[in-house]
Design a binder for this molecule. Structure first.
Ligand SMILES: [Zn+2]
Length: 367
């Protein structure tokens, strides 16, 4: 194999449903505010599984696209203004956040840049056309381009890459979701879905003092075992009977808060059936198609529905939390069960989507 050309980047490009092709791109020219980051590890998440299957029309409308919005890397080159403003130099380790604020919309002014009014046109990592320079807008690549507006956070050199990756994505969500839900000491909390997001939400809800049960299906046995290993004190396997009764039995009472991370209609229905009168349902994940909500039940139980999207402003504390948990023997990096090379990006997405014999928890790509 020939040595890689130092002036060329490689990226796995989504061309259309079921097609991820590794292509070469020239390294972009950097302006004074820009930066080029060499990717160390990129996460594969559920939305990319849906996009790869062609279930998200908005991504097909802008393809070709380099996937990947969970990005850990090292500064390879940096403009003078960016270096001065960000306090970074080549070699520094960073996390690049998926989205960043615009200059003029209300949600961004109020700090919630994941709700930016211009988000569909503006895009972000894993959600930008790859056919025009600077091309490198996704983590499934050797390099990502980082403009002046993008949000970047330093990462300790000694933090394992898997820990940093899970912290900056999964734990960052867990912090925002459990904070939105106002979870406090002694609150009975049920978390539905033992994927990385469910395990993270259960761990952080426990750290906030909640009495937590994490629920999964019989096929989730390995994920539930990992959750217990990471410190989730109570798990339950839903056996297809009365799920609300099973959650009540596990907690000794109905949950005040149900965090729903599975993103399927039966899980949404269970959340609403299980939550106690006057309680809160936290809606964290949705499938591509439509869902139904029993608004009569929402009203008669006076349920508060909350839908926190992603993780505005929580990446720095998530990185610190990842470090603290690791020091306590709870390394969230252990959720990374499968790591693939860039050339295997298609297999990585198929593995994350349960299309292979593997039983993944969190899948990553190491370009
Ligand atoms: Zn905005």
């Amino acid at each position: 194999m020939a040595a890689p050309d130092p002036a060329t980047a490689r990226a796995a490009v989504y061309e259309g449903p079921g097609r991820l092709t590794v292509r070469d791109f020239p390294l972009p020219e950097l302006g004074p505010g820009d930066m080029l980051v060499a990717v160390e590890l990129a996460g594969v998440d559920g939305s990319e599984v849906h996009m790869f299957r062609g279930e998200i029309a908005a991504i097909d409308a802008i393809a070709p696209v380099v996937f990947g919005d969970e990005i850990l890397g090292r500064v390879q080159a940096i403009g003078a203004q960016a270096a001065a403003r960000r306090g970074l130099k080549p070699g520094d380790r960073v996390v690049v956040e998926a989205r960043w604020p615009c200059a003029d919309c209300r949600p961004c002014r109020e700090g919630n840049y994941y709700l930016c009014d211009h988000r569909w046109e503006k895009g972000g990592y894993g959600w930008m056309r790859a056919d025009a320079p600077p091309h490198l807008w996704g983590g499934y690549a050797t390099h990502v381009f980082v403009p002046a507006d993008a949000l970047v956070y330093p990462v300790d050199a000694d933090l394992p890459a898997e820990t940093a990756l899970v912290a900056c994505s999964v734990l960052a969500n867990s912090i925002y979701w459990t904070r939105t839900a106002g979870i406090g000491l002694g609150d009975p909390v049920a978390v539905i879905g033992p994927g990385p997001q469910g395990i993270g939400a259960a761990l952080v809800a426990q750290l906030r003092g909640a009495d937590v049960v994490l629920a999964g299906l019989p096929r989730d046995a390995a994920r539930l075992a990992l959750a217990r290993d990471l410190g989730v004190t109570r798990t339950v396997v839903l056996d297809g009977g009365d799920g609300a009764a099973q959650l009540r039995a596990a907690l000794g009472q109905d949950p005040a808060v149900v965090i729903e991370t599975a993103g399927a209609q039966p899980a949404k229905d269970l959340a609403l059936a299980a939550v106690r009168t006057g309680g809160r349902v936290v809606n964290c994940s949705v499938p591509p198609g439509p869902l139904s909500v029993d608004f009569t039940a929402v009203l008669l139980k006076q349920v508060t529905m909350q839908s926190p999207l992603a993780h505005p402003h929580t990446v720095p504390e998530a990185l610190r939390l990842g470090q603290v948990l690791r020091a306590r023997g709870q390394d969230v990096g252990r959720m990374v069960s499968h790591v693939f090379a860039l050339d295997q990006a298609e297999e990585a997405v198929r593995t994350a989507g349960y299309e292979t014999p593997e039983s993944p928890v969190k899948v990553a790509i190491r370009p």
